[in-house]
Design a protein around this ligand. Structure first.
Ligand SMILES: [Zn+2]
Length: 155
């Protein structure tokens, strides 16, 4: 018998490797409209980045807040049931992410992580200006969608 909750079932079905998610399509459409050239999911790069912009030496990951454990983000909260299962699963995702980012940086790529909670229509201009700022700057690594948590001082 399947004892999973509906949320767990749908979470399983939209597995972590899922490509072409809505936030990802959102980012792609912004970039496309703005005239940026990119390729998708290059299998030869660690973590198969969602977008690759060779001209800017940049790879972009659009990360689901839950699957990649967005710090301090409400959408990253674990389900109340099967907590150990989820904790283990998400933890291994996060470790894989870290490894991919550091491998990419070592290969000379710049890495931009866009958290899915910042992919909202009403904030499209803010999102685009942050992407543009990264592409035109010199930073090696940046996350868009940092959630400021004033109540916690230590990370
Ligand atoms: Zn988030």
């Amino acid at each position: 018998m399947d004892k999973k909750t509906p949320a767990e079932r749908s979470a399983n079905m939209s597995a972590v490797k899922n490509k072409n998610t809505r936030p990802e399509l959102f980012v792609r459409s912004i970039m496309h409209k703005s005239g940026y050239r990119y390729s998708l999911h290059r299998p030869d790069l660690p973590g198969k980045p969602d977008l690759v912009l060779p001209k800017y030496n940049t790879v972009i990951f659009v990360n689901g807040c839950f699957w990649h454990s967005h710090r301090n983000c409400k959408k990253a909260e674990l389900p109340k049931s099967n907590v150990d299962f989820w904790r283990h699963k998400i933890k291994s995702n996060v470790e894989r992410d870290k490894k991919n980012y550091s491998d990419l940086l070592e290969l000379g790529w710049r890495v931009l992580v866009i958290w899915s909670c910042s992919c909202q229509k009403k904030e499209v201009h803010l999102l685009f200006s942050q992407i543009k700022e990264f592409l035109e700057g010199n930073e090696k690594f940046c996350e868009i969608g940092e959630v400021k948590n004033s109540s916690s001082v230590n990370q």
